[in-house]
Design a protein around this ligand. Structure first.
Ligand SMILES: [Zn+2]
Length: 341
């Protein structure tokens, strides 16, 4: 509860639009999965609570990506752990007062479990469908991510899967992954294909200096993305382009950017402060990887209020404005308008 505003950020109905499935799994959930596998002699991995001690949130670009490739992806490597972790992530968001969630994931084959990429997406969607019974107020959609290290064929496969599973709640395509890797211009044809098929587009944008050349940012802007994630290392010219493109969603992830030292300075220095009043873009605070950075969405709103001194009506107005940036249809927008304060 924030007494001076009479606001409880946990019970305030919230929208989360930038949450990676694997990075959103709580350490407790990873530990439970590890215990089950250990008991069944199905893993040699170390206890996740030792690999990622509960108080540690200072992962930077050098330690963040290896955590997934060398640990989390090896622990979540079959149908039951994928289902269990997806449901756990949804439950955690629901308990934090999230009423609309767009989860994102890079389709990943799990050969030892006999799962190809389509089987992976199907399993995640089934877990989302099952979770609905336990947390009916939270509606979840799925975004499929292209990894910057993907070949054009692999990226095309992600788009094909997004098209295949559209009627089960896949709404968009994302481009993510290690910002020091890859040349995004390779993906222009598949992004255009996704857009032509009616899928929405969201892109990790200027997340690090390595992924913020004028050439890269201009290429991405030419794709006419519906939303941009992070938006850190941007020139004044790019800022103007964003501001002029009416209604573009900006997924801003404060704790992630501060803990991972992606910005200079602390919360007060975050570019949220420069964007939230700008007409045109729709600013949506997001968690990115709550399992890694440890700050649930309610806490992101608390931080925003604390560091930028938003008033009660400004907080509620900004939260509600986020409805304009969701990728679901009119029915869902209407539900959120009724539900949100
Ligand atoms: Zn992200």
């Amino acid at each position: 509860m924030t007494p001076e505003l009479g606001l409880d950020f946990k019970s305030m109905p919230k929208i989360e639009l930038h949450a990676h499935l694997s990075g959103s799994i709580s350490r407790q959930c990873l530990h439970e999965i590890w215990e089950m596998k250990k008991a069944a002699r199905k893993t040699d991995l170390e206890d996740p609570l030792l690999v990622m001690p509960p108080g540690r949130h200072d992962y930077d670009l050098k330690t963040f990506f290896p955590l997934f490739s060398s640990y989390i992806y090896n622990l979540i490597d079959d149908v039951s752990s994928l289902e269990h972790s997806t449901k756990s992530v949804i439950r955690d968001f629901a308990h934090d007062g999230v009423v609309y969630l767009e989860l994102r994931t890079t389709p990943r084959a799990m050969p030892t479990a006999g799962l190809d990429k389509a089987g992976y997406v199907d399993t995640v969607l089934r877990a989302i469908e099952d979770a609905r019974a336990d947390t009916p107020t939270l509606h979840t959609r799925l975004i499929l991510s292209i990894d910057r290290r993907n070949s054009l064929d692999e990226a095309g496969e992600a788009v094909a899967l997004a098209k295949l599973f559209r009627d089960r709640g896949v709404v968009a395509v994302d481009l993510c992954g290690d910002p020091t890797k890859g040349d995004v211009s390779l993906f222009t044809p598949v992004i255009e294909e996704a857009r032509a098929a009616g899928l929405k587009i969201t892109i990790h944008f200027a997340e690090a200096e390595a992924s913020a050349s004028e050439a890269e940012l201009n290429t991405i802007m030419s794709w006419m993305p519906d939303r941009l994630g992070h938006v850190i290392h941007v020139s004044e010219a790019i800022k103007r382009q964003i501001a002029e493109r009416g209604g573009i969603g900006l997924e801003l992830c404060l704790s992630c950017n501060v803990h991972a030292k992606m910005i200079v300075g602390s919360f007060e220095a975050h570019h949220f402060g420069g964007w939230w009043r700008v007409d045109g873009p729709i600013v949506v605070p997001c968690t990115d990887d709550v399992g890694i950075f440890g700050s649930p969405l309610s806490n992101e709103w608390r931080l925003i209020q604390h560091h930028f001194r938003l008033q009660r009506e400004e907080i509620l107005g900004l939260a509600k404005k986020g409805i304009g940036a969701i990728f679901a249809g009119d029915g869902e927008r209407e539900r959120l308008r009724r539900l949100m304060w």
